[in-house]
Design a protein around this ligand. Structure first.
Ligand code: WT7
Length: 649
């Protein structure tokens, strides 16, 4: 690349973004240096923004070999107090905490102040207690995107219970697996969810899950009023059980390292892992990242379009905004219902100032044309954010030029379920942007690139992205399986946290995430282990073997491509294709629906029987010329047949 090319990548941050910013460039540089050189003092300072029951004397105490991560370990606090009660006590009870925009644009908007949020959370907390939930218990939350989902999370935090939120799109099988893994006796759900005018049978899914695993009690929030069956003694309506609970509920004092939540996420092997986050470090990390990354200013309306079932919703709908006393918008619906302008209609209706969404949504809306955008008054918008997958420069440009009228900063925030909050991004008032690059490390973050042998790569280079030092928001373990935590993140390159992502660092020190380098694919910003889809497929009685890879998809980023061999005598036809797609949806959920099912009599294997995924990936990507060395295959002719099969679809 020539220097001129390199310069032309820059998009200057708008002058307006540097006025009134909480972090101009010189400040970023000074704070970043301090966060590394004098890390304990830096994080002790950030931690002081929270109320502590016992202020911590210790800041960081971590090691990556052996793996043990602790922050603020002698401090005690309650994150719900900090996200809710603290603001009411400071006289901000009338400030809006949540704005709820329902699926149906004509439905009832709910505006919930901090004082109302406090009352609602107390009501939920006392109801959970009435059911028998105690400190340290795991509570599964399987909810639509309604405020009660956030109330339930905060209520758990208030009484010291550990929440495990499961995305409402997951199947009964997936719920059962997660309930069983963390031995969760308690479930909070709703009768039904609503998305794009369709009803999602949440309670019925919970019932089906509880046919497989036991639970002591299910709390059911009435939302659509749809018909559900209630099992006497086990199931309780929230409006009934909460009718006469007390109106006060103390916040349980929690040690900083007490667990706050478990969130299941896919990896390259086995079933989803229960990533565990603890209280103090996560609170400091989400409070700090929200404040700086979104450059939040009092009174602004912040909208993150994620679902609370994903970490983005945990950190940037619930905890980050509320810890900052911000106003967060919660949207129940989908971007294209009733029409493709819904996002922009909601931005106009609620005068959204900061908008945070995923590249897959941007690409889908870009395809529908700019008329949907320009007909709305988006003048309140001040900042645009992206998260979940690499954003291609074309989508970045459309977001910047059409939604942002070329005048707003776009931040591309790289992070993971395991990191708890944003790790790499430009700060809107400090950094110029490069479309397609996430930008610079956040405070305290030390990225490092290594080659496949673990050699450290300096300067401009491409390699595997590791993080060399702990940060407060880092996951502490995999629930119930610390060995798996160590194995997954700290064994590939010893002494470092390995992210699983490939990455390029350019000469300006900007990071460009190139995607996963493991067997994890990113479908519409949702992380999917190919092994999980394979296990689902081989459960089907007609399937003998399956190998699943990603392939480039215009809207989803990556699609799911499944190579399937059938048992002897089975016939591959449209009926079976339909049946297998339905089967995977049933086992995991609609987000795992295969895009392509490629039936093949055999898979390419080495003589020792290992499936050569590299070849399968290339064929799925239509890259037939670059298959690499196929000489170690037991039967190289399999490859030609697969290529023919790919060309014919
Ligand atoms: C994986 C983590 C972060 C919350 C949502 C996803 C990919 C995430 C970006 C970005 C390029 C990104 C990575 C990462 N990813 N954000 N801005 N640019 N890639 O959380 O489900 O834990 O997935 O998403 O591959 O490892 P997650």
């Amino acid at each position: 690349m020539t220097d001129a090319d390199a310069r032309s990548q820059w998009v200057k941050r708008p002058a307006a973004a540097t006025e009134g910013t909480n972090c101009p460039l010189e400040e970023y540089q000074a704070l970043y240096a301090r966060s590394i050189e004098d890390s304990d003092a830096f994080w002790a300072g950030q931690a002081q923004r929270l109320d502590w029951i016992t202020p911590p004397r210790t800041v960081a105490n971590w090691s990556y070999d052996p793996v043990s991560i602790k922050w603020f370990e002698d401090g005690a606090l309650n994150i719900c107090h900090n996200a809710v009660d603290r603001h009411v006590a400071a006289g901000h009870g009338e400030r809006l905490a949540l704005i709820f925009e329902p699926d149906d644009p004509a439905g009832e908007v709910r505006r919930i102040t901090y004082a109302e949020l406090q009352a609602e959370v107390i009501r939920m907390a006392n109801t959970l207690k009435a059911m028998g939930v105690a400190k340290g218990d795991r509570v599964t939350i399987y909810m639509p995107m309604v405020p009660e989902g956030a109330f339930a999370m905060l209520a758990c935090a208030r009484i010291g219970a550990i929440h495990s939120v499961i995305f409402g799109g997951f199947s009964p099988e997936a719920i059962a697996g997660r309930v069983e893994d963390c031995e969760s006796d308690w479930i909070v759900t709703a009768d039904e969810g609503l998305r794009g005018g369709k009803r999602i049978p949440l309670k019925a899914n919970v019932d089906a899950a509880l046919d497989k695993v036991p639970a002591k009690a299910v709390l059911v929030v009435r939302h659509t009023g749809g018909d559900v069956s209630m099992t006497p003694g086990r199931d309780h309506w929230y409006h009934e059980l909460s009718a006469d609970v007390a109106s006060d509920c103390p916040c349980e004092p929690m040690n900083a390292e007490d667990p706050l939540f478990i969130l299941y996420t896919s990896g390259s092997t086995g079933s989803p892992k229960g990533v565990l986050h603890t209280t103090g470090g996560y609170a400091v990390w989400t409070e700090t990242t929200f404040r700086y990354v979104f450059d939040y200013r009092e009174g602004e309306v912040f909208w993150c379009t994620a679902d609370i079932g994903w970490v983005t919703g945990h950190s940037y709908i619930v905890y980050g905004p509320l810890l900052n006393g911000a106003t967060a918008l919660m949207f129940e619906g989908v971007p294209n219902y009733p029409d493709h302008d819904r996002f922009w209609a909601v931005c106009e209706k609620h005068k959204v100032n900061i908008f945070y969404t995923a590249p897959t949504a941007i690409r889908a809306l870009m395809r529908e044309g700019e008329s949907h955008v320009v007909k709305h008054d988006l003048s309140a918008l001040r900042l645009l954010g992206s998260v979940g997958e690499p954003i291609n420069p074309e989508a970045w440009r459309w977001y910047h030029d059409t939604v942002g009228k070329g005048e707003l900063p776009v931040i591309d925030t790289w992070w993971q379920t395991e990191t708890g909050g944003v790790m790499i991004t430009t700060l809107p008032g400090a950094h110029d942007m490069k479309p397609g690059s996430a930008g610079r490390p956040f405070f305290g973050v030390c990225p490092q690139l290594v080659d496949n042998e673990g050699e450290v790569l300096d300067g401009a280079a491409s390699g595997n992205l590791c993080i060399t030092r702990s940060w407060p928001g880092q996951a502490r373990t995999v629930y119930g399986d610390h060995a798996r935590f160590v194995q997954t993140y700290f064994s590939t390159y010893s002494g470092k946290y390995f992210t699983g992502d490939g990455c390029r660092r350019d000469r300006d020190g900007y990071y460009w995430i190139t995607g996963r380098v493991d067997d994890v694919i990113n479908v519409s910003g949702h992380r999917m282990g190919t092994a999980e889809v394979e296990s689902a497929l081989v459960l089907h009685p007609q399937v003998s073997e399956a190998a699943v890879v990603g392939f480039p998809h215009d809207i989803k980023g990556q699609g799911i491509y499944c190579y399937v061999t059938l048992n002897a005598g089975e016939v591959a036809d449209d009926d079976l294709t339909g049946a297998l797609r339905a089967h995977v949806r049933k086992e995991i959920g609609p987000i795992a629906t295969p895009d392509h099912l490629h039936f093949t009599p055999a898979l390419p294997k080495t003589r020792s029987g290992k499936i050569m995924r590299r070849i399968l990936r290339k064929i799925a990507e239509n890259e037939f010329a670059a298959l690499g060395d196929t000489s170690t295959l037991a039967d190289p002719s399999v490859v030609d047949a697969l290529i023919e099969g790919r060309k014919n679809r």
